[in-house]
Every structure is written in C-alpha cells, then in structure tokens.
Design a protein around this ligand. Structure first.
Ligand code: AQP
Length: 326
C-alpha cells in the first residue's frame, strides 16, 4: 500500500479544478492507498480570511470531501491545525531552506503580484506544505499541475535534510492526472480556475446547481474563429471546454473535437456532462452540511490517527537535527 498525503485549503468553495485535479484521484485510489487527506486551514491564513468564515469553510470542506466520495473508513480525513507536528516540522525545514529557493516559487509571485501587504506566510507556505507531506512519510502526493513546483521543493528539502542529518524522510513523488490536471477559468482561459480569484462566472463550484452550471458554460469565453479544434495555445477557451468534456466523460479532447462543428453544441454537451457529474455530489453535500456534530467528530477521529504518525516523524527529525530529547 502506498502512503499518500494531499490537502485542500478551506479558502473558498471547492471547485471543479479541485475535484478534477485532486479529489477525483483521491476517491479513485482510496481502497488501494494508505491515504491521509488534510484540510489545510493553516495555508488558508496566508491570505485575508474572516475567522468565522474560515471555521465554516473548514467544516464545509470536510463535507465536500465526503460528498465527493471519500470514505472515512478507508482514508484519514483531518484538519491541519489539529496536528501541531506540521508547524513544528515546518520550522526545522525552514531552517534548511533558502530564500533563493522560495523566491523561485511562481505561485507566490502570482498571488503576491501587485499586493503591497503580502503576508510572510504566503512566502513560506511551500515549506509548510513540504512538512505536511513529509510528516506522513508519503511516497505519493496526488495534486493538480499547479502544485508540481511545490512538490519539487519538497523533494529538494527532504533530500537535503537526509543528506545532512541521516535518512529521516521519504522523498515523495507527485501524482498528476492525465486529463484536466489544470482546469482553466471559463472567463480567462489563460488562468487556472481558482477559489480566491473573484471571478464567479469563471469558476464552477463543485456543488453548484444545474441552472448555474448551464449559465456559466454558456457564457464561457471561446474565440471568433468558429472552428472546434483542440489547441490549448491558439484556442484556449474551446480547448478548455473540450478538456472538461473529456474529463467528465472519460474521453479524449482531441477525439471529442471531431464531433462538433458549432460552439453552441459543444457548450450544451459540456453543460450536460458537468451537471450529471455534479448533481449526485451536490445532493450528498447538502445532506451532510446539516450535521455539524458529525463533521467535527470525523475530524477529531482523523486528527487522533494523524497525530500519531506525524509526531513520530517530527521526533525523528528533531533528534536528527540535534534538538535535545525531552
Ligand atoms: N484549476 C485547477 N485545476 C486542477 N487542479 C487544481 N487544483 C487547484 N486548482 C486547480 C488542485 O486542487 C488541490 C487543492 O488546491 P489548494 O486548495 O491547496 O489551493 P490552490 O491550488 O491554490 O487552489 P485554488 O482553488 O486556486 O485555491 P486558492 O485560490 O485559495 O489558492 C491541489 O491539488 C491543486 O493542485
């Protein structure tokens, strides 16, 4: 059984990118992996978020994990802040990482651009993410394409630590899906779909109702050429719709392009496929939201198991780096 760790920030509503890039793979492999799935609430603090909203979204994300199909009997679901070893380990790793390494992280540049008051946590969070992964001796990390660079940093930090202080960490690999590894914004098809970009028309939320999905797909940006072809560089809008259709129907975007001559027909089929994919998850989600006590209990059970594993890794790393045992 491969040990697996991945996470999602409770920084907004889960969207189709989170599902196709990450969650769907988690669900598909839950019976074969020894998996830990984390709601990374500490990462959500890297940008402004209201405290009550963060608490609410943490519970909603837990409900979202279950609604998407994760089975807590098979995987461990927990909140990052309930396992203090993540931040303790992050400090040890920060003291081995360099400014140059973190300066190269493109996500920091993207999210920090034009913002005078960028939080220090946004700069250092890739190291916390490395700690999240390394704390569980994860060999595999199922994520979307946008996380590839952070995974490379994690590998570098683990390898360096092992080189200096002995074999403490498992060096993990990213598992990135073949299709829809980077779901694009429907209004700005050169940007990835994202929770924190204020573009409600560009993003399809995972538990959205059928009318809203149909409306957003209908308004999706294409181009003036009027030819359905798969070419993500020259035709990002149309290609992104073909990617969505392929992901929802397990097809290939190239092959699907051949079935259409009109953008309107393509959009109708994309909307129908997404509605069929999302409707059953939406129904489960709305049901789960009503039972906050059960969601809290789920996270408490997950944290207990996660703490056992992560504490052991932290102790190993702390001892290797020279901290005196208590
Ligand atoms: N557009 C996307 N396409 C494919 N995968 C995606 N992921 C995110 N966006 C896409 C994957 O979802 C997982 C969780 O991501 P995250 O919550 O840690 O943060 P993120 O990558 O920064 O996602 P968002 O939605 O853009 O959140 P904000 O705006 O708050 O930063 C990861 O596996 C990611 O690859």
């Amino acid at each position: 059984m491969a040990r697996v760790l991945s996470g999602i920030q409770p920084s907004g509503d889960l969207h189709l990118g989170n599902y196709l890039g990450a969650l769907r793979q988690w669900v598909a492999r839950q019976s074969v992996d020894d998996a830990y799935y984390c709601i990374v609430d500490l990462h959500a603090l890297t940008q402004a978020i209201d405290p009550a909203e963060l608490r609410r979204r943490t519970l909603e994300t837990a409900a979202g994990f279950l609604a998407a199909g994760l089975d807590p009997e098979q995987v461990t679901i927990f909140a990052q802040s309930h396992v203090p070893a993540h931040t303790r380990l992050a400090w040890l790793l920060e003291c081995t990482a360099t400014m140059g390494e973190l300066n190269r992280m493109t996500q920091f540049k993207d999210k920090g651009r034009g913002n005078e008051s960028v939080r220090v946590g946004l700069f250092t969070y890739p190291v916390l993410m490395a700690a999240d992964i390394l704390a569980y001796d994860a060999s595999h990390v199922p994520v979307g394409e946008d996380q590839r660079q952070h995974l490379e940093l994690t590998r570098d930090l683990a390898t360096r630590f092992n080189h200096h202080y002995g074999e403490v960490f498992v060096v993990p690999e990213a598992t990135i899906p073949q299709v829809a590894a980077r779901v694009m914004d429907l209004q700005q098809p050169d940007r990835k779909m994202s929770k924190s970009i204020p573009s409600p028309l560009g993003r399809i939320d995972l538990f959205e109702d059928a009318d809203a999905i149909a409306k957003k797909v209908k308004k999706a940006v294409t181009d003036a050429e009027g030819i359905v072809a798969y070419d993500p560089i020259a035709k990002p809008g149309v290609s992104s719709l073909l990617d969505l259709l392929a992901a929802a129907t397990n097809g290939s975007p190239m092959d699907l392009a051949g079935n259409y001559t009109r953008y309107g027909d393509l959009k109708n089929d994309v909307a129908e496929a997404l509605i069929s994919l999302i409707a059953p998850m939406r129904e489960r989600y709305l049901g789960l939201l009503g039972d906050e006590a059960e969601l809290r209990a789920l996270l408490a059970r997950g944290a207990e198991k996660a703490n056992t594993v992560a504490n052991a890794t932290y102790e190993r790393a702390a001892s290797a780096i020279g901290l005196l045992e208590r």
